[in-house]
Design a protein around this ligand. Structure first.
Ligand code: PLP
Length: 398
């Protein structure tokens, strides 16, 4: 699907055409995104919002246009509910820093054992600062959230419940609509880490009913250093600002300051303008596709990959979740994941190995790490076959 739109996929790696199966780490960028960023710097580079000249108007229109696209993409009710950040990590840190005013000693923050470190560590820091405690719903053997345990841990009600939409380590798609409903019914603020979902599934934040939803452009065929935080307007309005500086203020005196309206209250300083414009182009690219096609293409690749791996007696799949997006994780008995990754790389196949920034999950599953093949919409049956052939060859070396 649309491989020709991605210039880097025409490159070779170690003498072989590149098979890129590290999309959960970052996706490749289509020419549309590269052109949008290049055109901004070539023809409309200026700082946004502030100046009276035409170039600044152009830059501001392109920057704010990306916000409108993103609002539509995730079906937020209002454009000022879309905050541009440097990525999912920054979005969650913004929340952990600003939600502190609502937390005190004895309060609980509930996450799950499947979280990426960026949906764990900011909450640990918040818990340390406030005297709150961090608890985690268990993972099942199949790599899903243990829903019984999740529901049990909603009583007494946590102040904040934060969990991923899709696991970056195992690909499990969590039944987040029901989890959000239960958390909100218990009276908690809900935070969704959507880093691994937004390029794989349609996301409708109003239908989901979450309070906050975070994502990263670079995992959605957009540039690095750009991301989003969606927040319900009344909650964002009630939160204090995060970083101070230009753009986020209404008035500054030497004795105090007042804050700009949303979304600018949370966008201090000169933003990553080219990155946001590239993010807008990535959304345009994704909106040009049908989710049914994206889903069925990806599911076919995953099924083909899983079926082949099952035929190899040395290979153990890690996680067999009820619903999967983007990721297949596995181990080869008797060899370290890094060795497999290196042997695959020598044959032009890029996968990721290690703990995938989910060390607590690896500990719960009793594995040191995994080999992770993760798929994007440009991957093909041929990529799966080349990966499988390279893996079979690697097994003969160990
Ligand atoms: C589930 C999940 N959450 C958060 C992140 C952090 O994203 P970023 O590094 O773009 O801030 C990642 C990145 O791999 C992820 O997979």
């Amino acid at each position: 699907m649309r491989r020709q739109d991605f210039p880097i996929l025409q490159e070779e790696m170690n003498g072989s055409p590149l098979v890129y199966l590290d999309n959960a780490a970052t996706t490749q960028k289509p020419a549309l995104v590269l052109h949008a960023m290049d055109a901004y710097y070539r023809t409309s580079n200026a700082n946004v919002h502030r100046a009276a000249h035409g170039l600044a108007d152009e830059a501001t229109r392109a920057y704010e246009g990306a916000r409108d696209r993103l609002r539509h993409f995730i079906n937020a009710a209002h454009r000022e509910e879309i905050i541009f950040t440097s990525g999912t990590t920054a979005s969650i840190n913004l929340l952990a820093a600003t939600l502190g005013s609502r937390l005190g000693r004895g309060d609980r923050i509930l996450i799950t054992e499947l979280e990426h470190h960026s949906n764990i560590v900011p909450w640990q820091l918040l818990a340390e600062r406030t005297g709150a405690s961090l608890i985690a719903a268990r993972v099942t053997e199949s790599g899903d959230v243990d829903l019984d345990d999740f529901h049990k841990k909603l009583q007494p009600a946590p102040a904040i419940v934060a969990f991923g939409h899709v696991s970056n380590a195992l690909g499990s798609v969590h039944p987040i609509a029901g989890m959000i409903r239960a958390a909100r019914d218990a009276g908690a603020i809900t935070v969704i880490d959507g880093a691994q979902a937004l390029a794989h599934l349609p996301v409708d934040v109003q239908a989901l009913g979450c309070d906050f939803y975070a994502g990263s452009a670079h995992k959605m065929y957009g540039p690095t250093g750009t991301g989003l935080l969606y927040g319900r307007r009344e909650l964002l309005e009630a939160l204090p600002p995060w970083q101070g500086g230009g753009e986020m203020i209404e008035e500054v005196t030497l004795t105090g300051s007042t804050w700009n309206a949303l979304p600018y209250k949370f966008e201090a300083g000169t933003p990553n303008i080219a990155g946001v414009i590239g993010f807008g182009a990535a959304i345009e690219f994704l909106e040009g596709l049908s989710w049914d096609d994206v889903r069925s293409h990806e599911q076919r690749l995953i099924s083909r990959c899983v079926a082949e791996l099952r035929q190899m007696p040395e290979v153990r799949l890690v996680g067999e979740p009820a619903e999967r997006a983007g990721v297949v994780s596995f181990l080869v008995e008797g060899s370290h994941p890094h060795d497999i990754g290196t042997l695959l790389d020598q044959q032009g196949v890029a996968v990721r190995t290690g703990h995938h920034c989910a060390m607590p999950l690896m500990t719960c599953l009793g594995v040191p790490g995994t080999v992770r093949a993760s798929f994007g919409l440009y991957n093909s049956d041929d990529d799966v076959d080349r990966f499988v052939t390279a893996l079979r060859k690697s097994l003969t070396f160990i």
